[in-house]
Design a protein around this ligand. Structure first.
Ligand SMILES: N[C@@H](CCC(=O)N[C@@H](CS)C(=O)NCC(=O)O)C(=O)O
Length: 206
């Protein structure tokens, strides 16, 4: 890749971590630019006008163009690498798990992690507090589905690690920070161990 790649991020975010983890797997260097989301730094007129009109990170900057949405940024970085299955069906199946991650997993597990670990229960709105049990139930359902799918297989799709694994790993491995008991999901634990011991692995705080 010849263009400079800049990751606009908040480094503790799992969505940002998955972009760094993908970059590590494909051996690409990212310049990193940190924003404090707790201070609204992704909501300034400058950020909205120049980086992401949706006011969120991560955003991958490629030269003078911008890719918001973590899974789209990961897909861009992984293009042409073994992280994208060559088989057409497997590729669609990988996308299936990435969409699952954004619809069933991240909005529940990542949101609870943020509410409990960053905002604090006392400072949640009444509407947010009411959503906690629903998000916990939906987060558990996502982990149960993952555990069941991983029974008898090493990776989410096919016989090798793919973007589906990287994107799902980002918030699964910190689900305990949202008070999910990962011990209940032994296949998920074994799968996380395979990811952590992969030679290209980097940690969240790397
Ligand atoms: N679907 C988006 C979610 C992005 C997102 O929710 N980003 C959060 C941090 S993980 C954020 O920027 N929050 C700050 C804000 O909304 O002001 C993705 O996968 O990139």
């Amino acid at each position: 890749m010849t263009e400079t790649l800049v990751l606009h991020e908040y480094s503790a975010s799992g969505n940002c971590y998955k972009v760094r983890l993908t970059a590590a797997h494909v051996g690409v260097n990212l310049e990193r630019r940190e924003y404090d989301i707790m201070k609204g730094e992704t909501r300034t007129p400058e950020f909205l006008a120049n980086v992401n009109a949706n006011g969120r990170i991560p955003v991958l900057q490629v030269g003078d163009r911008f890719i918001p949405e973590s899974n789209a940024a990961c897909h861009f970085l992984a293009d042409g690498s073994p992280l994208l299955p060559a088989d057409r069906f497997d590729h669609a199946d990988m996308l299936r798990w990435m969409f699952f991650e954004q619809y069933n997993h991240e909005p529940n597990i990542a949101t609870l992690r943020f509410w409990l670990g960053w905002v604090g229960v006392d400072r949640l709105t009444d509407a947010q507090r009411l959503q906690i049990p629903l998000k916990r139930q939906a987060g558990k359902a996502a982990l149960e589905l993952m555990d069941s799918h991983l029974g008898g297989r090493d990776w989410f799709v096919g016989a090798a690690i793919s973007l589906a694994d990287i994107c799902l790993f980002a918030y699964t491995h910190v689900a305990d920070e949202a008070n999910f008991d990962l011990e209940l999901y032994p296949n998920v634990i074994a799968w996380m161990e395979r990811i952590i011991t992969h030679p290209s692995h980097i940690q969240l705080d790397a």
